[in-house]
Design a protein around this ligand. Sequence first.
Ligand code: AQP
Length: 329
Amino acid sequence: MQKPIIFSGMQATGIFHLGNWLGATRNWARLSSDYDCLYCVVDLHTLTVRQDPKALRQSARNVLAWYIALGLDPTANILYYQSHVPAHAELAWILNCYTYVGELNRMTQFKEKSAKNEENINAGLFTYPVLQAADILLYRTHLVPVGDDQRQHLELTRDVAQRFNQAYGDIFVVPEAYIPPMGARIMALQNPERKMSKSDDNQANCVFLSDEPDVIIKKFKRAVTDSDNQIRNSPDKPGISNLLTIYSCVTNRTMEETCAEFKHTGYGDFKVKVGEAVLEALRPHRNEFERLIKDTAYLDGVIADGARKAQALAVPTLIKVKEAVGLPI
Ligand code: AQP
């Protein structure tokens, strides 16, 4: 690896939504040329919520195919499954011993996810951020492009890395988060005070990349606005501001350009235009996904190649960590 390193990942649920794309993967593709990049399907993280085994395997494959379809070239980036590189889980165990329960108790995602999954608040859900820290630190990562909701986990990763380095020397790189200036928090269409989320009970809140075109337009038509019929980007207009952000992201316009374009447009037309722009931007990626997911041999090759390359990078860091803490090598 010659350039600074990027690591990021997505759960293996197979369901990509607009937030995942605009907050994360779109930036991954943009950053790819200046960094050596690893993009992982974090299937071990996905087990923190009960999954149907057969569906999980297919979903993980869908995520990998989406990575490629959304512009990540597997010859220039390492694309792989987390569970194919055992060093992630090994390092996570070691880092568990360097992370405090008090720190994990403060994690907002744990609080939110345990409130949603009261019947299954498992230990994995609690230590999820430690596995995430291991994912990142294993590759001596410099930059982690994520959405705004991951800011707190990134801070914890930095704290754990610094704590470990203080005890044992310069083992880990202390990574920086890359939170995009626009699109870092795409909000739910019918409840723009909350982030767009795949597990939302109201599916109309969330636009999935694989939704049928008419469903996407319908979801935008039903997006919550307000009553004063002015298209402005402002904290007191969360619904309109969210739609302006989405439009700006998918058309590569600045917020100022978008606001100027819609200054004299009514809410109804505006919402349809945003939906159409999203569809237009997605079309080539959706077609590419449909093609790729049928190409079994190609995907198998990418998966095997990614695992081999990631494993080769992960093992030296794990050996350094084991040496540092005194485990027999
Ligand atoms: N609404 C969002 N806006 C911007 N970025 C977002 N991300 C997630 N939601 C938004 C970013 O997507 C990447 C992948 O995250 P993940 O695979 O961990 O997915 P998630 O956070 O589990 O997605 P959901 O939909 O929020 O899941 P549930 O409903 O299970 O809680 C990350 O970089 C994340 O920041």
